[in-house]
Design a protein around this ligand. Structure first.
Ligand SMILES: Nc1ncnc2c1ncn2[C@@H]1O[C@H](COP(=O)(O)OP(=O)(O)OP(=O)(O)O)[C@@H](O)[C@H]1O
Ligand SMILES: [Mg+2]
Length: 273
């Protein structure tokens, strides 16, 4: 393998990532309350794959997502995008990273600003990154609305989040995340607040977007069945440690780690939320 292909084998790579939270100590507190949310994570995500991160509540899933989109900084370790370290990005380089890596949050009721119309919500990233003129931005918003299944786009353009269902709101959140055509998207439990039938429609949408734009996704979930349905590969996380990584089929049919086996036992059915 040449140096270049070795470098670019993964679109996203985490090496030795540790995230420690230290709550502020009071004068009287004697105990050390540090939480190790992520404990030396090594992980590579390939271009165009939907990679699942599965674990129970408090295992460190959201923390990993927040580090990847640089909402937070790792305590130790390095994150790479296309082989380039992104740890100390500032200014223009950080701006550029923020346009290439996006996040979809769990709660479509809280993640959209209720005072912004649907068009203003989706226009915001285009304005921030100064993409195109007014006409081009308008076209882009309409086109993106239709890509996420809100069609015809003109009908949704001037609506507000309270006029949409939970599933439609999550489609708007997806539109906002993809409007800059990023390379990598973190989707943090994007369907856990929605009905199973709506969840499956959104899984189909994410797969279509991956196929259309060759985007790469980290899909975060506590639900192994959902990950099996959507993902190419899955990492199982337990108390801040990745205990197993494999193809989705292998993880379900041939789990190796006792914790993965336990997860499969407690989630026998195919329910998605
Ligand atoms: N800002 C913070 N300050 C202190 N501790 C935190 C902070 N954010 C997360 N933690 C702790 O880090 C650990 C991992 O939290 P995280 O939110 O990443 O878990 P999760 O897997 O996303 O859980 P859930 O499935 O409930 O969303 C937990 O013990 C949590 O309490
Ligand atoms: Mg979480």
């Amino acid at each position: 393998m040449t140096e270049l292909t070795k470098k670019n084998r993964f679109i996203i790579e985490l090496k030795g990532i540790v995230k420690e939270y230290s709550p502020q100590k009071s004068f009287f507190s004697k105990c050390d309350n540090r939480v190790i949310a992520l404990n030396s994570i090594d992980l590579g995500i390939k271009k165009g794959e939907i990679f699942g991160l599965v674990g129970q509540s408090g295992s460190g899933k959201t923390t990993m997502g927040r580090l990847l989109v640089k909402l937070e900084q790792a305590t130790h370790g390095t994150i790479f995008l296309n082989g380039n370290p992104v740890t100390n990005l500032t200014g223009k380089a950080l701006n550029n990273y923020r346009s290439r890596v996006q996040m979809i949050f769990q709660d479509p009721y809280q993640s959209l600003n209720p005072y912004l119309s649907i068009s203003e919500t989706i226009l915001e990233p285009l304005n921030v990154h100064k993409i195109g003129n007014n006409d081009q931005r308008y076209e882009k918003v309409i086109h993106t609305l239709e890509t996420v299944g809100l069609s015809p786009g003109k009908e949704y353009y001037d609506r507000y989040p309270h006029q949409l269902s939970g599933g439609q709101r999550q489609r708007v959140a997806i539109a906002r995340a993809i409007v800059l055509e990023p390379e990598f998207i973190v989707a943090d439990e994007p369907t856990s607040m929605l009905d199973a039938t709506i969840a499956i429609q959104l899984f189909r949408l994410l797969t279509q977007i991956r196929d259309k734009f060759n985007m790469t996704f980290l899909f975060i979930t506590h639900n192994l069945a959902a990950a099996k349905y959507l993902c190419d590969r899955i990492a199982v996380i337990h108390e801040g440690n990745i205990v197993e990584i494999n193809t989705a089929d292998e993880i379900i049919q041939n789990p190796q780690h006792p914790y993965t086996k336990k997860l499969i036992q407690v989630q026998p059915g195919f329910h998605f939320n």
